[in-house]
Design a protein around this ligand. Structure first.
Ligand SMILES: NC(=O)c1ccc[n+]([C@@H]2O[C@H](COP(=O)([O-])OP(=O)(O)OC[C@H]3O[C@@H](n4cnc5c(N)ncnc54)[C@H](O)[C@@H]3O)[C@@H](O)[C@H]2O)c1
Ligand SMILES: *[C@@H]1O[C@H](CO)[C@@H](O)[C@H](O)[C@H]1NC(C)=O
Ligand SMILES: CC(=O)N[C@H]1CO[C@H](CO)[C@@H](O)[C@@H]1O
Ligand SMILES: [Zn+2]
Ligand SMILES: [Zn+2]
Length: 400
């Protein structure tokens, strides 16, 4: 942090009397695919029902990589602060926030939980009517504005910097809606908890909540990044007897073995489609398959790799390109089911604190350390993105 200045009289209504504008470093993307630039940004105090967080750790998820590249034109709000997998400490809270205070340890969640809408009250979904994940949104719900601004070097003018996934964690300080931040046990190590704010919860939850993988069952996981390997962890902890990992990068196999993968398929080295190989390996198909690549062709492979009659496919990969699912309607009569899953079907605010406590007590034995393959200072964020893009890292932990 560079320094805290008095809030300027630019008409912004701030509800927290002590709270001032903070000038700090943030990794700003000015245009799709351009390197991150560590800029001095101004971060407004939290407005009503918002929280300002000091980010201590942030890691990079493939969804950040896709957004950085601007793979979907609708998503192109720049300059922007990306990042959604992080952990930190509450710096200040806006009017009306009662479940958090300065100093609380928190993880942001991109799929919010207001706790008050019909969706939040329903046991059937973890989506929230007001704060559900939406990669196309880039301004706060309260007033439709951003809480970040930066000076544009090209003309010297201050301009707004857009948010991402309700969290924007590649910044020393960020402002999020109360619904998108979870208070956790202060004893929990924040570096590891960072991974629970997206990738690991998503993968583990997909196995536990969405698919409800049962003991002795067979599983195929397409894409062995952090999300896919977290599915493997979830399936292993549920007692799945066969966990087949599918990836075009053979470097993922060694790590996969540690995470419970029992068999590997590299489609690049096979003369027939992965689904045919998997059906042979499992006498007709796996009980559960998980798509964790964001590739449409892979999605189809995952779907037809399951056993007819009861096969269950969970889609985790984000498919941003405007193309439709490659399924023939008649195929649905073969008894295979398919569903997408956001954030492992966990309700973030109500369930994550309990998951954190269970991890600490050893009641849930997720190998969080195994996912942190690299650590770098915040200033090396460009290298961290490169590591993920080249398939060298699972999660690179940035220290802010
Ligand atoms: N649904 C959710 O809530 C949610 C949450 C987090 C991430 N995601 C999405 O999950 C996906 C995985 O994220 P990640 O961070 O683990 O990414 P990652 O880049 O670490 O892993 C992706 C893996 O897929 C493999 N792969 C790519 N193309 C392949 C192909 N054709 N066949 C087989 N394997 C292939 C890569 O080699 C890599 O190992 C991304 O699409 C991400 O956007 C979704
Ligand atoms: C998951 O499966 C187990 C074992 O079959 C069952 O007891 C449990 O009720 C299932 N849970 C859900 C949420 O369906
Ligand atoms: C800052 C930000 O992107 N806020 C969004 C949070 O999510 C809701 C629901 O998708 C959006 O309406 C907000 O714009
Ligand atoms: Zn993510
Ligand atoms: Zn809600």
């Amino acid at each position: 942090m560079e320094g805290i200045s008095e809030a300027t009289s630019n008409g912004q209504q701030t509800s927290n009397a002590q709270s001032k504008i903070i000038t700090c470093k943030a990794a700003v993307v000015w245009a799709p695919g351009e390197p991150f630039i560590l800029e001095d940004v101004e971060v407004e105090p939290p407005h009503k029902m918002e929280v300002r967080i000091k980010i201590l750790f942030a890691s990079i998820c493939h969804t950040d990589l896709s957004a950085w590249k601007g793979e979907n034109e609708l998503q192109r709000a720049f300059p922007r602060i990306l990042g959604h997998e992080a952990a930190g400490v509450v710096e200040s809270v806006g009017e009306g926030v009662e479940d958090m205070k300065e100093g609380d340890h928190v993880v942001p969640i991109f799929n919010g939980e207001c706790g008050d809408c019909a969706y939040c009250h329903s046991e059937k979904t973890n989506l929230c009517n007001k704060f559900r994940v939406n990669p196309f949104k880039s301004v706060m719900v309260g007033d439709g504005r951003t809480r970040f601004s930066v000076v544009d070097r090209r003309n010297g003018e201050r301009r707004p910097v857009y948010h991402f996934l309700n969290t924007s964690t590649f910044a020393e300080y960020t402002v999020v809606d109360f619904a998108c931040v979870v208070k956790i046990n202060p004893e929990a190590p924040l570096d590891k908890m960072c991974l629970l704010s997206c990738g690991i919860s998503t993968g583990v939850g997909a196995a536990w909540n969405t698919a409800n993988v049962t003991k002795g069952s067979s599983v195929a996981i397409f894409g062995l990044g952090a999300v896919g390997l977290a599915v493997a962890e979830g399936a292993r902890l549920r007692g799945a007897s066969q966990i087949i990992g599918v990836d075009i990068n053979p470097d993922k196999f060694a790590k996969g073995r540690e995470m419970g993968i029992t068999d590997f398929v590299n489609p690049k080295e096979c003369s027939k489609p992965a689904n045919e190989i998997i059906k042979e390996m499992t006498k007709g198909g796996v009980d559960y398959s998980f798509e964790c690549t964001g590739n449409l062709g892979v999605l189809r492979e995952a779907f037809v790799s399951t056993h007819d009659g009861w096969g269950f496919t969970v889609v985790l990969g984000i498919h941003l390109s405007p193309r439709l699912l490659p399924l023939h309607p008649m195929e649905l009569f073969d008894g295979r089911r398919i569903i997408g899953c956001v954030f492992g079907d966990f309700k973030g605010k109500s369930e994550l604190p309990n998951i954190v406590d269970k991890c600490m007590k050893g009641e849930i034995n997720i190998n969080l350390d195994g996912f942190i393959t690299h650590e770098l200072p915040f200033a090396e964020i460009n290298r961290a993105f490169q590591l993920l893009e080249e398939g060298k890292s699972l999660r690179c932990l940035l220290h802010l």
